[in-house]
Design a binder for this molecule. Structure first.
Ligand code: CP3
Length: 346
């Protein structure tokens, strides 16, 4: 079946579909008992990311339950620093922990040369998935955007204020620029290789885009994303890119205009009418139900879904959440969402 018969890819190419195609960020994860079982079998979280059979299995689990229009490769944005030889671990209940990059010596110790060897199991997962998913389901590859990945690399963990990462950005601009150049290179290499193994679309997660003032947003969010989009378009034409500059607010508009992404993923705070008028006229929009409505369920969930559908389904649109599914989400509420979106008549 040609890719143009996949609703997700048709929407990204600019078609308006009723009902719109849908998938959910973090659709594979701890809210599903079968994920927790596979995760326990794998060992550590990174062991799961690098076990292509198990990573393939957890990618498929939510598709079996809910019939999403897209599968997203199961991996994590932090496999890139891991592949660059930074120490990365996921501590239970703590999130990611990395040996931080703070100096030129730390940066010089990173090594791009083993990237593809290290990430070979991820490419293997992509290959297995492209053979295993249903014929009308599209396969999304992904990476973290350079700025968001850099926050974890510099902070050494999650952060609330990005004091260390912004400290380097403002106080050691040349060192920061070198790190970002390395990440643009590594991320581009990684995404191209995902495409060569079967990824049909790419999503770039810039979870912490909203933390930057406009001039830094322009350079380190828009600039790096634009070079990734340009590289993919030049080297693998026809593969659409979705950007997710979470928290960008008013700057979503510049992001869309200047990166030239094919699609933009909206966080829950983006006003729907504004998105329809200012963003959807330039590219496909994706989003943006608040993931906590999926925990609440019931009438609140139904009316939240309808509000998003009413506002955005008159143009090129992919229904999604505004951020990832959270672990306390009842799987039945996801089934309720799937039924409601699939039954949408416009
Ligand atoms: O289903 C999917 O969406 C695909 C898989 C996926 C994961 N992480 C799996 C994961 C994707 C696309 C990501 C992206 C990711 N990872 C982002 C960007 C998107 C976002 O959510 O903002 C970020 C910032 C990360 C970094 C990361 N990974 C953190 C901060 C954590 C710990 C927090 C947490 O939820 O535990 C992770 C771990 C992680 N990545 C889990 C999953 C399913 C949970 C780990 C576990 O099973 O123990």
């Amino acid at each position: 079946m040609s890719s143009s018969s996949k609703p997700f890819l048709r929407a990204l190419a600019g078609e308006t579909l009723t009902p719109p195609p849908f998938w959910l960020m973090r659709q594979a994860g701890r809210y599903l008992p079968e994920y927790r079982a596979t995760r326990a079998e794998a060992g550590s979280f990174l062991d799961l990311c690098y076990n292509s059979d198990l990573a393939c299995e957890v990618t498929l689990q939510p598709l079996r339950r809910y019939g999403f229009d897209a599968a997203i490769l199961f991996s994590d944005i932090l496999v890139v620093p891991d592949a660059l030889r930074q120490q990365v671990a996921f501590k239970e209940g703590e999130g990611p922990v990395l040996t931080p990059i703070r100096s030129a010596e730390d940066l010089n110790a990173l090594d791009l040369s083993g990237l593809h060897d290290h990430l070979a199991p991820v490419y293997e997962t992509v290959r297995k998935l492209s053979a295993a998913i249903p014929k009308t389901t599209a396969l999304i590859g992904f990476a973290g955007a350079p700025w968001t990945v850099a926050t974890y690399m510099i902070e050494g963990s999650g952060s609330k204020d990005f004091a260390k990462a912004k400290g380097m950005m403002f106080g050691q601009p040349e060192l920061f620029a070198r790190l970002m150049a390395l990440l643009v290179q590594a991320t581009g290499d990684y995404l191209i290789r995902q495409i060569d193994n079967g990824a049909e679309a790419i999503q770039i997660f810039d979870t912490w885009a909203g933390a930057l003032p406009e001039d830094m947003f322009e350079r380190w969010v828009i600039g790096t994303t634009r070079s990734l989009v340009e590289r993919i378009r030049a080297e693998r034409p026809g593969v659409p890119v979705i950007g997710f500059p979470r928290g960008a607010g008013y700057l979503y508009k510049r992001y869309v205009a200047e990166t030239k992404v094919d699609g933009v993923s909206l966080d829950p705070s983006v006003p729907l009418e504004w998105a329809a008028a200012e963003l959807q006229t330039r590219c496909t929009v994706q989003g943006n139900l608040d993931p906590l409505l999926l925990v609440a369920g019931g009438e609140a969930l139904d009316s939240g879904i309808d509000r998003v559908l009413n506002a955005l389904s008159k143009g090129p649109f992919i229904f999604n959440l505004g951020h990832g599914i959270t672990p306390p989400t009842p799987p039945d509420n996801v089934a309720r969402l799937a039924e409601r979106v699939k039954g949408w008549k416009g």
